[in-house]
Design a protein around this ligand. Structure first.
Ligand code: AVJ
Ligand code: FE
Length: 434
């Protein structure tokens, strides 16, 4: 790619992410922007100014070496200084002030996109710092979408861009795929916008295993509920059972218990063939044990998604190294739900595993850690400070994840009790186990 092309791609991605942020924050009134819809989430107006503040820190000040737009608010929007639950009590910028602030930052940044050197300095090589900020804004957009799901009251969201039917589905995808034992390349050293925790590429040997060809559906999950899975301690780990009791779990979050769920303010019958969403790691793990299976490890998930047995190489995404197109995966808030299993045959991996990218984040039974040779870049706070016990990995993105923040190597993590995120799962098992 020429430098000119790279500059216009960077600008286009910045603009696209801001369109989404603007949509998610303009569609509600000021009351809904400043209110806390759940103690798990920030007020939307905090996310809004935080996105601008990170952009100011990394692009205006660090990349550009420019004077601060505002030096008085860094502390308010530092995610490490204030837990989400405490953010509504802070003297935050109001909606109008926040919008003005992020607009001021953005106009300086668009100027930098045209002028800053994009080679020769690691921070900006290949547009990295800009890509990091695009991904950051898109990650917060998904977080804001999860906040919308927790908001009560009449529906306000439409899919963006306007609703389109998912691609014609072939036959529903069922069953498991056998992945032969052997080495594959995990992670990447080549992708210019890959974040530090995806690096470096390294070889991983796995014994043979089975992995589900599709995520676990609502109908399958319902069978676990109907079989009394939530009342049978055998299926749960000690930690999971403790949480199941303390939290009073009885089914996925946002299921109403009468065969309906409520999504973004709309109540409708649970669709049986969609991937189950809004389950925590413990629920996923209990289902898997009940089904005689287990959750995949992160490496098993990535091999199923990227490994091409014909070439021995790992692809960027299940469908290949090409960019995403709408027929390949349900990404980008184009639909406000996961799509039925089988809806994306063009996005299947060479091993025949479907819907690894998009629809629902998939819990993996692996903690968050650095790959061999990991180095924090550009700051320890993005990943390294989270390399500690207590988190579980999620892979593949959801219907609410933008393509800029999703690829076969992208790693997400959260606490195993969390389910306000768009989290589902698929199962795996050892060859030989049944
Ligand atoms: C990668 C989704 C776990 O939201 O905590 C946002 C992304 N990092 N701002 C998060 C992130 C800094 C992060 N996750
Ligand atoms: Fe952030």
């Amino acid at each position: 790619m020429t430098i000119e092309k790279l500059r216009s791609r960077v600008a286009a991605e910045l603009i696209r992410s801001r369109e989404r942020t603007t949509y998610l924050t303009d569609v509600v009134d000021d009351g809904d922007l400043v209110r806390q819809h759940s103690p798990l989430m920030s007020p939307l107006v905090w996310d809004l100014a935080h996105v601008g503040n990170q952009e100011e820190l990394w692009l205006v000040r660090d990349v550009g070496g420019r004077e601060p737009v505002r030096s008085d608010i860094d502390e308010l929007y530092d995610a490490f200084k204030h837990a989400r639950v405490n953010r509504p009590a802070l003297p935050l910028l109001g909606p109008a002030e926040a919008r003005r602030y992020i607009g001021q930052v953005r106009s300086k940044v668009l100027d930098l996109v045209d002028t800053v050197a994009l080679e020769g300095r690691r921070l900006t090589e290949g547009g990295f710092a800009f890509g990091m900020i695009v991904q950051h804004e898109q990650q917060h957009a998904e977080t804001m979408l999860a906040t919308h799901q927790l908001r009560r009251g009449p529906a306000v969201l439409g899919a963006q861009p306007p609703p389109e039917p998912p691609p014609e589905s072939g036959t529903a995808v069922r069953g498991e795929v056998l992945v032969a034992g052997g080495p594959f390349t995990m992670g990447t050293s080549a992708d210019p916008w890959a974040l530090d925790n995806e690096r470096p590429a390294h070889e991983v040997h796995l014994p043979p295993y089975f992995i589900d060809a599709a995520p676990v559906t609502n109908a399958e999950y319902q069978a676990f509920v109907d079989a009394g899975g939530y009342d049978d301690e055998r299926w749960w780990t000690v930690e999971g059972w403790k949480h199941r009791k303390e939290a009073g779990l009885g089914g996925p979050m946002h299921w109403n218990g009468d065969g309906t769920y409520t999504r973004f303010g709309v109540t409708e019958p649970v669709r049986p063939d969609e991937p189950v969403v809004h389950v925590c790691f413990h629920e996923a793990q209990a289902y898997a044990r009940w089904a005689g299976k287990r959750l995949p490890t992160e490496a098993e998930w990535e091999k199923a998604a990227r490994f091409d047995p014909a070439t021995g190489h790992s692809r960027r995404n299940p469908w290949g190294d090409d960019d995403w197109t709408p027929e390949r995966a349900n990404l980008g808030q184009r639909h406000l739900s996961p799509a039925p299993v089988g809806a994306y045959p063009k996005g299947a991996s060479p091993l025949g595993v479907h819907q690894l990218i998009g629809d629902v984040w998939e819990w993996c039974d692996t903690g968050f850690h650095g790959y061999p040779g990991f180095t924090a870049f550009p700051y320890r706070e993005y990943s390294e400070v989270f390399f500690r016990p207590g988190y579980k990995i999620l892979r593949g993105g959801s219907f609410g994840t933008d393509v800029a923040a999703c690829r076969g190597t992208f790693r997400n993590w959260d606490y195993p009790i969390r389910r306000q995120i768009f989290s589902g799962f698929r199962c795996a098992r050892d060859m030989g186990a049944s």
